[in-house]
Write a protein that binds this ligand. Sequence first.
Ligand code: B4P
Length: 192
Amino acid sequence: MRLVLLGAPGSGKGTQAARLKDHLQVPHISTGDLLRAEVAAGSDLGRQAKAVMDRGELVSDGILLGMLEDRFSRPDTRNGFILDGYPRNLAQADALDGLLTRIGQPMDYAVQLEVPVDLLVDRIAGRAAAEGRADDSPESVRTRLKVYDTQTAPVIEFYRAHGQLTVVNGVGSLDEVFNRIVEAISPATEVG
Ligand code: B4P
């Protein structure tokens, strides 16, 4: 199963991907987590990315594609993957399409988690209080939501045009949202 989760910051992509990975037995690839690991390791890439992430802007497409090619070269992705946080603009959507075509692993589903903006803001405020993530500050969240509207929302139309989009209501308990996603992807789950 090859799946990409789409949705605004706070829509539950990372949260649901962590659960889906156990259910589908495929790795969860989060570009946010990959970048945060580089920051934590203090690598050159991490140093470049940190300021951009803290402001809530997008790290450069070139850095992201290199990181993703590297991750897809690992053997655990051969049986599929759950991608979370990528693509975030149309250039990344095109690059991913090209990469997956090259490695013969076309996407099965793009699942969009739909959540109203006031709830997104509440959820991120909750995480800011619990975890203190640098990019969950109110200014950064405003930027992230704006970046989502201008750059990432068109990616949804990209997957709709490719016939791969399925829209899921992201409002409800973690179990409710999880069950909706599983139902939405069930024809492909049966194939494995
Ligand atoms: P990400 O790590 O992808 O951060 P995110 O969009 O906020 O989503 P996340 O998955 O973490 O949160 P979730 O909705 O699950 O990106 C961080 C930064 O990295 C970006 O701003 C950018 O700078 C950089 N970056 C990453 N990918 C990039 C790319 N491709 N190109 C360029 N730059 C890139 O959860 C949020 C909160 O909601 C959690 O506290 C969770 O517990 C809660 N929640 C989730 N579901 C809920 C539910 N059903 N009910 C109640 N609360 C819920």
